[in-house]
Design a protein around this ligand. Structure first.
Ligand SMILES: [Zn+2]
Length: 295
């Protein structure tokens, strides 16, 4: 049997899963990411791949890996928040140790691919996968293929400036990327907590708003308006059939009714045909999307 192995290489955990030809998950294992240790990280990934092959009884297999960051034209990793991976020949090292070709993709792209192939974006020709978590990332999938681009940044909307800023939104908060007022500084979990002026997580703020807390409700409304503005600029350029939200904040249910209601004000069209949906595969999107890199 030929299986597809997907590896999700994250900052805190590394997870591998094996999928049968029909797409059924037949094995899954996760380990803690060795912190700040490139060699240890490589060995952990290779060990997981070997375990997965052995435990699933595969004769043939493909390996896809989702990583934070992207490959530069020299096949070295860039833009990764796992800094020990930056500038390292991850693909080459993995291929040498595993003994066959390995495909690598950005983790947000893997998320978008997973949701486009058999998730919440199933059946949509163009899918924008948007991650709202510790950071804000995104990926574009067209006809079930990741759109990468010459700079490998297609879909990276998080470091565009917040669109249509109001005077009261100035001065814009600084972003770690060196600019000010990036979408990520407003729409990430930490950005939301800071903006709300509450020492609570985004999920807690959403729960407080549900219980009628006025401060939390006001913060939620600001968040929804900013998300609508930010997604409207994506729609104006890409016009995706579906936008799938992932990450911790994607679990806030009211976003799916309120945001499409608001974005009509900002989109250059009155058709309103864009779907906004929550991710179907949740935390499995990383391994699923990485495994689909070979289809
Ligand atoms: Zn930024």
């Amino acid at each position: 049997m030929k299986i597809r192995i997907g590896v999700d290489l994250g900052g805190t955990k590394i997870e591998a899963a094996a999928f049968s030809p029909s797409g059924e998950m037949i094995f899954r294992r996760r380990v803690t990411t060795p912190q700040g240790n490139y060699q240890g990280t490589i060995e952990a990934v290779v060990g997981l791949v070997r375990d997965t092959v052995r435990e699933s009884g595969a004769q043939n297999f493909t390996v896809g890996v989702g990583t934070p960051g992207a490959l530069n034209p020299q096949n070295l990793l860039k833009n990764s928040n796992s800094v020990c991976l930056i500038g390292k020949p991850l693909q080459e090292d993995l291929e040498r140790l595993i003994g066959q070709s390995v495909r690598l993709a950005n983790d947000a792209n893997c998320f978008a691919l997973s949701e486009a192939v058999d998730g919440a974006g199933y059946g949509s020709a163009v899918v924008f996968g948007a991650i709202l978590g510790t950071g804000v990332g995104g990926g574009v999938v067209v006809h079930q293929k990741i759109l990468t681009g010459p700079n490998a940044i297609a879909g990276e909307w998080g470091h565009n400036p917040l669109p249509w800023p109001e005077a009261w939104e100035q001065p814009a908060p600084p972003c770690y990327c060196g600019k000010k007022g990036c979408i990520e500084t407003f729409l990430s979990g930490p950005g939301f907590s800071r903006d709300a002026g509450m020492d609570r997580t985004a999920t807690e703020i959403a729960q407080l708003a549900e219980r009628g807390d006025e401060k939390a409700e006001t913060a939620m409304r600001r968040y929804e308006d900013r998300l609508a503005r930010s997604l409207a600029t994506v729609i104006n350029i890409l016009d995706p059939n579906a936008i799938v939200l992932g990450g911790g904040l994607s679990k806030i249910q009211r976003l799916y009714t309120n945001v499409p209601r608001i974005w009509g004000k900002y989109i250059f069209s009155h058709e309103g045909r864009t779907l906004l949906v929550p991710a179907r595969h949740g935390d499995s999107s990383g391994v699923r999307g990485a495994s689909w890199l070979w289809d």
